[in-house]
Design a binder for this molecule. Structure first.
Ligand SMILES: [Mg+2]
Length: 465
């Protein structure tokens, strides 16, 4: 759907945003408001399906549905552009799809091929910009702000990027959005599909928004729509021109400020430095701990839990983890794990690490958690911001992620001992270790009402509680 920018309303000049204490602290980690900033968002159209059509020309122009396994009831994780025209949607079962589109061709996924294309597309973006962040396998955002003197015309750069992709993969299509912040650049990709190219500026934003419904905005689904309707905001245009105070009321706090800023050219969805760094948790093992395999496992849980709580507070998910263990005889073992989907959950993190440990133990006939253990550490990196995570890819996680947040809120409100999970109980000493060594960053919190406070980090539940 393409929207012509003909109904331009208002002056197009974004109102000045009042700085609250929450913003000031938030801004320390973020790109400041800058209507001259240049973010370019790239979204591959119907990525998995188009990749299959790229690999197999016989599938081109046909309605196909990519599935994870071969069964009449398997779920279509990616319909082709042609299948979408019949109303086929991501997440439908193949038998449902057949009712809408009898000639749909099921095709099984080839993730290594998608990853290879992803790497090639990232390489193409890096030809033009150093500051490129992959948002998912088929989305990336490039921050061109420091290239304003290098390139005169970013539309031309975007066209060149499209051409470079087409030269390598002639059947792939992408939509590109250019705007002063990540959110509006992503919105630009939604406005024209497939093969779109939209630049949103202070001069044309109201024209684009005028053609949209609230739920056309990324991040506004029915629940947020209801919140906005309740306070009388019926359209994205009204939302952009609503006061910060009103949006705070709609979203119940600082999230409202973020929405105001997104629609008024401030950056809230991209950490300028936070996303590139590593968080780690390390612990030296006490003599009692190294005598007990279970104590060492508890220690691993506490390290994972510490990282989880930091990720929850910063709304981050990680795509990579590392683990090391050191022994008293100066030997040690390191491993690095890449996740297919970003994770946040401590017990999930632990299970990946344990899996690696068990593999190593099996092939080397060794016991890793033994009484020579001196220290161990877990690191996470490759962060994605939860607010821009594509939940459609992680459907089974939504509930879990929300539950985790709710648990934190309860603990914040009523004290950390009100809610506990099973694994907190079997070795309280290991758990206390985790609390004692929280970093300063963990302890500093910005609350929904904009107030800040210093507190100890809490331990966290897992999905079994
Ligand atoms: Mg896409």
């Amino acid at each position: 759907m393409a929207f012509a920018a003909q109904n331009i309303i208002g002056t197009g000049i974004a109102p000045k945003v009042k700085e609250t204490s929450a913003f000031k602290s938030y801004r320390q980690n973020n790109v400041a408001t800058d209507t001259g900033a240049v973010l370019m968002y790239l979204d591959m159209n119907s990525f998995f399906a188009t990749c299959e059509q790229q690999a197999n020309p016989e599938l081109r122009g046909k309605p196909i549905g990519v599935t994870t396994h071969n069964s009449p009831f398997s779920t279509v994780i990616a319909p082709s552009i042609e299948a979408k025209k019949f109303g086929v949607k991501t997440g439908m079962r193949l038998n449902e799809c057949r009712e809408l589109c009898p000639e749909i061709i099921p095709v099984q996924t080839h993730p290594p091929y998608y990853r290879r294309i992803h790497v090639d597309i990232m390489e193409i973006l890096h030809r033009y910009c150093d500051d490129v962040l992959a948002k998912s396998i088929d989305e990336a955002v490039a921050n061109f702000t420091s290239y304003r003197l290098v390139y005169k015309d970013f539309i031309a750069v975007a066209k060149q990027i499209k051409q470079d992709i087409a030269e390598k993969y002639d059947y792939l299509r992408c939509s590109i959005g250019i705007a002063p912040n990540t959110f509006l650049a992503k919105l630009g990709t939604e406005l024209q599909k497939p093969d779109g190219l939209i630049q949103i500026t202070p001069d044309n934003i109201d024209g684009y928004l005028a053609g949209l419904r609230l739920t056309d905005l990324p991040g506004i689904a029915s629940r947020n729509e209801r919140r906005l309707l309740m306070i009388g905001i019926k359209s994205p245009l009204e939302m952009r021109h609503a006061s910060e105070a009103l949006l705070r009321k709609a979203f119940g706090g600082v999230v409202g400020n973020y929405w105001h800023r997104r629609l008024n050219f401030a950056e809230v969805d991209q950490y300028s430095n936070g996303l590139n760094r590593t968080m780690s948790a390390t612990r030296t093992v006490s003599r009692e701990q190294r005598e007990s395999k279970q104590a060492l496992d508890s220690l691993l849980i506490s390290l994972c839990t510490r990282l989880e709580q930091r990720m929850v507070k910063m709304d981050l998910f990680c795509k990579e983890a590392s683990f090391f263990i050191r022994y008293r005889n100066n030997t040690g073992w390191d491993t690095k794990i890449k996740f297919a989907q970003p994770i946040q959950d401590a017990m999930e993190l632990r299970s990946y690490i344990l899996e690696r440990i068990h593999d190593f133990e099996k092939s080397n006939n060794k016991i890793m958690f033994n009484n020579n253990t001196l220290s161990m550490g877990v690191g996470v990196q490759g962060f994605m911001l939860g607010s821009v995570m594509q939940y459609s890819l992680f459907d089974n996680r939504i509930l879990k992620d929300k539950v985790r947040k709710v648990m934190y809120n309860i603990k914040d409100k009523y004290g950390k001992n009100t809610v506990r999970k099973g694994c907190e109980l079997f070795d309280p000493h290991a758990m206390r270790d985790a609390i004692g060594f929280g970093s300063v960053k963990d302890m500093f919190m910005v609350h929904d009402d904009g107030e800040t406070s210093v507190r100890n980090p809490y331990l966290l539940e897992d999905e079994d509680w």
